[in-house]
Design a protein around this ligand. Structure first.
Ligand code: FES
Ligand SMILES: [Fe+2]
Length: 417
């Protein structure tokens, strides 16, 4: 009965809008509650287009950690969907998220991936922009041409706990509650003073939602991730690791740190960005996410010892964070086409840690490289499977509660005009 009601409620919400139901709305309304998404959500180009409009361009995305551009003049180019953002640090130290589209006739003005530059000279007709985006020179233009009207467009940028977030929306979702939640979680782990130790991009032959859905559930951890499952208790149902979680919270508390226990989940209703912060234990004696649970880098932030726990953050539709006391992980999901996407992983360590002296890159990155290689394979297996006309969504398991939450959030966003 509950399931039927949930479906009816979704259909009702849609019919309450003044727009007639289109084919995508009809598919959303037909979604069987508690079941996986149907085939078109992973294959149809028009649904991908709507994903981009209503999920991708509406929500905040983690671009990187600010240590990617540490000095005045540093820049890096990021590709997100069809868009390119030049992240720059201006002379005053402030960050800017500039769109890489010349205001003359649209050429890419930045053609290098990374570097240091006071200005970007468009390769087409040489309009010249400062690294704050202002148009500084436009050769042979009439005297009355007003350069101040033709600076590079910028997307909204927010920083929190050292992370850089961007939104393409004219009126972005409220980021303040997210900022507070990030300060209370990643902030305690010293992410504000961290640095990027390593990054790795994985090209995935699958719709971006298959990659995200795989990330948010750990029902697959036991069968698919033997290495991860040796150290992380999340491979088990939550009710079976309650005791481990309680011991972890007691240790965190004894360190004088308040990361906040339990599930804290905020949806995107009421114009706020969605965020979900939760904690889970490592197995007894395991201190961090590494091959054998041994420390891999100097302790960070307020942590003076290991608490045997992990803090996990799911933010908006594409940004996922994992905090260990000695390192952090940022998982970015980047949609490309209806059936391809990218995952980028960033490994964060204490800002003054030195490779070779304080951490070994191989040891630091081993666990999540192995785990992500496995994930890439299973996501692509799933992608090929759901392209079959015989694919029929099956029931979501109780252990996949975060997957169900993600699907419901996604469908609500897709239905919201
Ligand atoms: S398109 Fe950039 S200067 Fe003409
Ligand atoms: Fe996985």
């Amino acid at each position: 009965m509950t399931k039927l009601h949930a479906g009816t409620a979704l259909a009702h919400d849609l019919s309450a809008t003044t727009q007639p139901l289109d084919a995508i709305d009809a598919l959303i309304a037909q979604q069987r509650p508690g079941f996986a998404l149907t085939r078109p959500f992973y294959t149809a180009p028009d649904i991908f287009t709507r994903d981009m409009e209503r999920v991708f361009r509406r929500h905040w995305h983690c671009l990187t950690h600010e240590s990617a551009v540490p000095n005045a003049g540093d820049f890096e180019l990021f590709k997100l969907g069809d868009e390119q953002i030049i992240l720059t640090r201006g002379a005053d130290g402030n960050l800017h998220a500039l769109l890489n589209v010349c205001r003359h006739r649209g050429a890419e003005v930045c053609t290098r991936q990374k570097g240091n530059a006071k200005a970007f000279v468009c390769p087409y007709h040489a309009w010249t922009y400062g690294n704050d985006g202002a148009l500084r020179a436009a050769r042979l233009m009439p005297k009355e041409f007003d350069r101040s009207l033709y600076g590079l467009k910028q997307v909204k940028l927010r920083m929190s706990a050292g992370l850089v977030f961007v939104s393409f929306a004219d009126t972005p979702l409220d980021f303040d509650p997210v900022d507070r939640a990030l300060q209370a979680s990643c902030g305690q782990y010293g992410w504000g003073n961290a640095k990027i130790a390593h990054r790795e991009t994985y090209a995935i032959d699958a719709n971006w939602k298959l990659a995200v859905e795989n990330y948010v559930e750990c029902y697959h951890c036991g069968p698919a991730h033997p290495e991860y499952s040796q150290t992380h208790a999340l491979e088990q149902p939550l009710h079976m690791i309650e005791e481990l979680n309680q011991s972890m919270e007691a240790r965190t508390c004894a360190l004088g740190i308040e990361v906040g226990s339990g599930d804290r989940w905020q949806t995107s209703e009421n114009g706020q960005e969605a965020i979900h912060v939760f904690r889970y234990a490592l197995y007894e004696g395991v201190r961090t996410g590494s091959q054998d649970g041994s420390p891999v880098a100097p302790l960070m932030g307020r942590f003076t010892d290991y608490d045997g726990g992990v803090t996990s953050v799911h933010l908006g539709g594409t940004s996922f964070l994992v905090c260990y006391p000695d390192h952090g992980m940022v998982y970015r999901f980047i949609p490309k086409t209806a059936d391809s996407c990218e995952m980028e992983l960033l490994w964060l360590v204490k800002g003054d840690a030195v490779e070779g002296r304080d951490y070994d890159l191989e040891c630091l990155t081993w666990l999540w490289r192995v785990t992500t290689d496995e994930d890439k394979k299973i996501i692509e297996h799933t992608s090929r499977g759901v392209r079959s006309h015989f694919y029929e969504p099956g029931p979501i398991a109780p252990m996949e509660q975060n997957e169900l939450r993600y699907i419901n959030w996604y469908l609500a966003e897709l239905a919201r005009p």
